[in-house]
Write a protein that binds this ligand. Sequence first.
Ligand SMILES: Cc1ncc(COP(=O)(O)O)c(C=O)c1O
Length: 376
Amino acid sequence: MIIEIMFKEPIYVTRPLLPKLHEVCSRLDQVWESKWLTNNGPQQHKLEEELKKYLQAENLSLFNNGTLALLLGLKALDITGEVITTPFTFPATVQALDWNNLTPVFCDIEPTTLTLDAAKIESLITDKTSAILAVHTFGNPCDVEQIQAIANKYKLKVIYDGAHVFGAKVGGHPISKFGDMTMFSFHATKLFNTVEGGGLVYHDANLSETLNQLKNFGIANSDEVKISGLNAKLNEIQSVIGIEVLKMIEDERHKRHEIKRVYERNLAEIPGISVLTKLEGENSSYQYFVIQIEEELYGKSRDMVFEKLKEFNVFTRKYFYPLCSDFQWYKHLESARKENLPFAQKAVKQVLAMPFYGELQLESVEKICKVIRDFI
Ligand SMILES: Cc1ncc(COP(=O)(O)O)c(C=O)c1O
């Protein structure tokens, strides 16, 4: 059995979407000719215009990664004091708060989408709260209407970590329509990548100047450094990759759609295994395919499945793991107490991101599912 299913080459959870090298090279020729490598070059402008169209964004600012985009976005919005956020996220979400001297107030997630539980936000609001930082977890959109209603009532800003929702829609609208600002990550593991990169989509056009300064050391003009910024610019080479990768997105989405179908068909009858990333078509970002494993029903834990798949050369990912509320520097917080976060505590032990990328063979997906089926 092992010989039959064992993969010769390792199967990873993601593989970067790589454009044809000769197409990248021919665009790189233009960069070489211009001798303009970074700081608002023509390739960055082209990418910005194309992304604005693709994301239906009025205002977009590009950065050299999603973490710095979020960090500087929070600064541009002048967020202070406490921010209500989720413990079930990638460290970057809360680290962006930390570097702005902001205190996270952890709010539990709701069990079906694993996004911030909007019904629990209000009880955590104090006179120090200035914003809600929510995550569209694995491409599952947050309860955007409810979150906005709370934000309006208490005059809070809403920022979305949209690292997983490139190109997704909610009720026919681009997901970045909701909230004051949405961050997208263009990391190599993301559907759309610029190797490393990120973007902010925001409503208030007045923020553009501040964001441009913040990502360029706070420099306002040749005589003035106006604010304390950083170096967070997307460069011309990253932009070239982005321009070429963007052409491949629709095809990649179709391939991932097929892969998702095969996973769903093959996992459907297994007790204790459920799919967390259910959305399809324009509502889906096709970023991840994530399952939840309930040990009581399946008979084996998530960690056991993770290890078992490794024996077959399949490398899944415990994502997100561990909880941000368990970080050494946060676990003393009242909101980080385990009893306040029961669904996050459960999810962190049950969730597994499966291999999911267009080049993954459908036959390989069937074999991976067979390992999971045969394991019980
Ligand atoms: C939810 C979330 N937020 C933020 C980030 C950080 O983005 P980047 O790697 O572009 O800095 C990631 C990266 O995977 C993420 O998953």
